[in-house]
Design a protein around this ligand. Sequence first.
Ligand SMILES: Cc1cc2nc3c(=O)[nH]c(=O)nc-3n(C[C@H](O)[C@H](O)[C@H](O)COP(=O)(O)OP(=O)(O)OC[C@H]3O[C@@H](n4cnc5c(N)ncnc54)[C@H](O)[C@@H]3O)c2cc1C
Length: 383
Amino acid sequence: MDFELSEEQIMFRDQIRNFAETEIAPLVDEAEEKEVTPLQLFPMMGKLGYLGITYAEKYGGAEVDKITECILIEELNKVCAGIAGVVSTTHSGLGTRAINDYGTEEQKQRFLVPAIKGEKIAAFALTEADAGSDAIALRTRAVKDGDDYIINGSKMFISNGTFCDFVPVACYTTDPKEVKKRGQGISLIVVEKGMPGFSATKLKKSGNRSHETAQLYFEDVRVPKENLIGEEGKGLAQILTTLKSGRISYGARATGMAQAAYDLAFKYAHEREQFGKQIAKFQINTVKLVDMAMHIDIMRIMTYRAAWMYSEGMNCMKEACMLKIYATEKVQELMLLALDLHGGYGYMREYAIERLWRDAKMLNLTEGTTPINYMAAARELGI
Ligand SMILES: Cc1cc2nc3c(=O)[nH]c(=O)nc-3n(C[C@H](O)[C@H](O)[C@H](O)COP(=O)(O)OP(=O)(O)OC[C@H]3O[C@@H](n4cnc5c(N)ncnc54)[C@H](O)[C@@H]3O)c2cc1C
């Protein structure tokens, strides 16, 4: 067993860390304040090869393993969870995964290649107003009409929905009355920006404000049959594959955010003095810092193990679910510890810990809430 990162991974980590600190960090305050995603990052990151890094070289990817992708996700989340969510988990993950894994060569040329270059932006639309955790209760419907599908319905809470160039949309292509088993008859169909009848409205959020989120509407949207991903009616498997990879990415997100919180708390606790000494030196605060460091270590190891299993093609659904539960719940506690160490200042918006604390809340609400991941892990354990 080897716990060391390779030389390439260390070099890559240093490069992406430098990029995040020099190119992303200066954009964060304005993007968060105005609640607008800095889209200029897409072509910039595309040129540097930081988008879709796990995809094949022939499509412009770097064909790296999932651990390397987790390194990138961790570094981006240390600087800004909102922007990290836009470019890594949504665009390079959710929005393009099914096209990469199940799409035709023509779809890969049309969507994946420009996405990796940062010329087209992806989103992923599964959730609906009345179908959240129970996603297969979705009602969006695609009906065949000659060589096209006509899509009607709406989607809720869609990351990148306001500006995406394309979005795989989960919809029933089979009449729900004819569906014998729940989840059968769902397909992923790619809807493109500008298609008549497709619109979006922006939602206002508590955290991750630089990560635009939207409600999408489809009113008689005509989509060519060439935009169907994989086989008609087999979308559920595509969605599950997409979410499995996403759960591991969330381990990396939580690790990055917790690390950033620890770094801030460590620095502050050594600068701030009360009762004539650094607050870090009061035993109760020392314990808080050690606890944080220890749990970050566990998160990172769990993330790398699940990522390694994923890249080796092993069944890692159990590990991915347990990682998602552990990391996204533990990060909530760690954010509170870090904020508490900042005292009243931590509650002020000019202190970075305040944003991190708000941003982290999203992690156990999205890509499967904690109860849903418990249910999935229980299935894997045969309970
Ligand atoms: C900021 C943000 C970005 C998002 N981005 C996307 C995106 O890009 N694409 C997309 O498709 N979706 C996206 N989502 C949707 C997200 O995945 C859903 O919000 C999530 O799946 C939960 O669904 P819900 O909000 O409807 O909650 P509900 O499913 O209504 O759950 C409410 C509560 O009930 C609990 N619950 C539900 N069922 C059970 C059960 N069987 N047993 C025990 N407890 C249960 C839940 O855990 C939760 O605590 C995003 C959401 C947010 C907030």
